[in-house]
Design a binder for this molecule. Sequence first.
Ligand SMILES: Nc1ncnc2c1ncn2[C@@H]1O[C@H](COP(=O)(O)OP(=O)(O)OP(=O)(O)O)[C@@H](O)[C@H]1O
Ligand SMILES: [Mg+2]
Length: 119
Amino acid sequence: MRKLTKVEIITRPDKLDELKEALNAIGVAGMTVTQVFGCGLTKGHKEIYRGKEFNINLVPKVKLETVICEIPVDLVVETAKRVCQTGEVGDGKIFVYGLENAVRIRTGETGDIAIIDPA
Ligand SMILES: Nc1ncnc2c1ncn2[C@@H]1O[C@H](COP(=O)(O)OP(=O)(O)OP(=O)(O)O)[C@@H](O)[C@H]1O
Ligand SMILES: [Mg+2]
């Protein structure tokens, strides 16, 4: 089976719509989106949330996870960077994981065919 990779993109909530559309445009089909709170390396820097400034931030973000096998990982990463980069602190992080397996529950298919559209 082809290698499965999970790409996790944590970024600003207001980028979600554009990110979702851009990923759809390169062929990403499945994704999971979660509303999260987080902070990164720039704890001493200030990100503003609802008009207040915090020194230690737990700032609302969205986490978008997608598992891919046919689409190049670099294409997904570059697409997310292009959409989410503003240059300001808090643009987010992208994490890339090798994935052991996937199962489509309805059919019992496993591995790469579990996430490929048969059409
Ligand atoms: N090391 C990490 N582990 C897990 N989640 C992280 C990590 N770094 C960042 N995140 C998540 O990514 C979100 C965005 O991080 P952020 O863009 O602020 O990173 P940063 O390293 O501080 O970079 P910047 O200088 O651009 O702010 C965080 O709110 C958090 O949810
Ligand atoms: Mg930061």
